[in-house]
Write a protein that binds this ligand. Structure first.
Ligand SMILES: *[C@@H]1O[C@H](CO)[C@@H](O)[C@H](O)[C@H]1NC(C)=O
Ligand SMILES: *[C@@H]1O[C@H](CO)[C@@H](O)[C@H](O)[C@H]1NC(C)=O
Ligand SMILES: *[C@@H]1O[C@H](CO)[C@@H](O)[C@H](O)[C@H]1NC(C)=O
Length: 192
């Protein structure tokens, strides 16, 4: 009898107040800064100094960890540069989350000469990532970068990365965000 009551109590507690499926996934963005991107791929968007982030974690093996959020249907584009205005033949990197009409995630390296021009383009990692982004729920993840240019992106609560790459020329001093053909909201400098 007691065990029946206990089971009943547990079931009641578990099924009671949170309406499953209606949790506010935006609570995960609390404490982040926000940038709205809707001017497209060639816009002179800002590059934010990661040295000014309030939230940076030092992980094992001297890893630097930043946490971000992305809200948009597809093409969450992260630009990592060594300088704030990477337009003087700057070697830099671009991570595209759920590009290619929402089917693939990739990372490229190129030399940027203006907000709209680049050369020496090389895409050195691309993989399928169906359903990674959503216009309704932010994708929250931690970017971990090691001094050897090894980088990994892992979703909140996930032990294993959903994307990783390595390039010894990678610099993450400045990070900017842009969109392709649908608006994307970025959450950055998130608590971790
Ligand atoms: C880079 O450093 C990390 C951490 O020390 C290590 O796990 C990883 O294997 C290294 N990658 C390469 C390509 O050396
Ligand atoms: C760009 O590519 C050309 C030809 O491959 C190479 O000679 C040049 O050094 C590269 N420039 C940079 C800045 O990487
Ligand atoms: C630790 O990482 C930081 C940031 O990448 C770098 O500036 C520093 O040189 C690294 N220290 C060591 C001992 O590798």
């Amino acid at each position: 009898m007691i065990s029946v009551i206990v089971v009943f109590a547990i079931v009641t507690v578990l099924s009671c107040p949170t309406e499953a499926g209606y949790q506010n996934t935006f609570e995960a963005t609390k404490g982040c800064l926000k940038y709205n991107s809707h001017q497209g791929y060639k816009f002179t968007h800002p590059y934010f100094s990661t040295g000014a982030y309030r939230n940076v974690r030092r992980g094992p093996n001297n890893a630097t960890e930043f946490r971000f959020g992305v809200l948009g249907d597809h093409d969450g584009i992260f630009r990592l540069a060594p300088v704030q205005n990477p337009y003087d033949s700057t070697l830099m990197h671009e991570i595209v989350l759920s590009g290619w009409a929402g089917t693939k995630t990739d990372v490229r390296r190129y030399v940027r000469t203006s907000p709209s021009e680049m050369n020496n383009y090389s895409m050195f990692k691309i993989q399928s990532s169906y359903g990674l982004l959503s216009q309704f729920d932010p994708l929250m993840f931690t970017l971990t970068i090691y001094s050897n240019g090894s980088a990994k992106l892992a979703k909140d609560g996930d032990k294993y990365p959903f994307f990783e790459f390595q390039d010894s020329t990678l610099s993450f001093r400045y990070i900017g965000f842009c969109n392709w053909n649908v608006p994307v909201i970025y959450f950055f400098d998130c608590p971790l």
